[in-house]
Ligand binder design. Structure first.
Ligand SMILES: [Zn+2]
Length: 91
């Protein structure tokens, strides 16, 4: 089942696969690219814990002092990786 994808993702897929790639293969890669990119920007999980905010503040140029900074509101890649690691180790 191939999802509808953004033309920009199809262009990227074609770029990676080359001109002679089959349309089906291009469509499959385009869908994967799009879902990967969308997952970067979509966040529906729990908010940040106090510790996570503090850790992200240390990694950010605002040093955690700006409540409106993205570091104090949305989990960054490191926090996401740590959460994933934590759930993997859970019994
Ligand atoms: Zn910040």
């Amino acid at each position: 089942m191939i999802q509808l994808h953004d033309p920009a993702c199809a262009d990227l897929a074609r770029h990676f696969l080359g001109a002679e790639a089959e349309a089906q293969t291009v469509a499959e890669l385009a869908s994967r690219i799009q879902s990967e990119i969308e997952s970067w920007f979509r966040y529906e999980g729990p908010g940040l814990s106090h510790d996570e905010k503090a850790a992200q503040g240390r990694r950010c140029s605002c040093r955690g002092f700006d409540d409106y900074c993205v570091c104090q509101n949305v989990p960054d890649a490191t926090t996401m990786a740590e959460r994933k690691e934590a759930t993997r180790c859970a019994p």
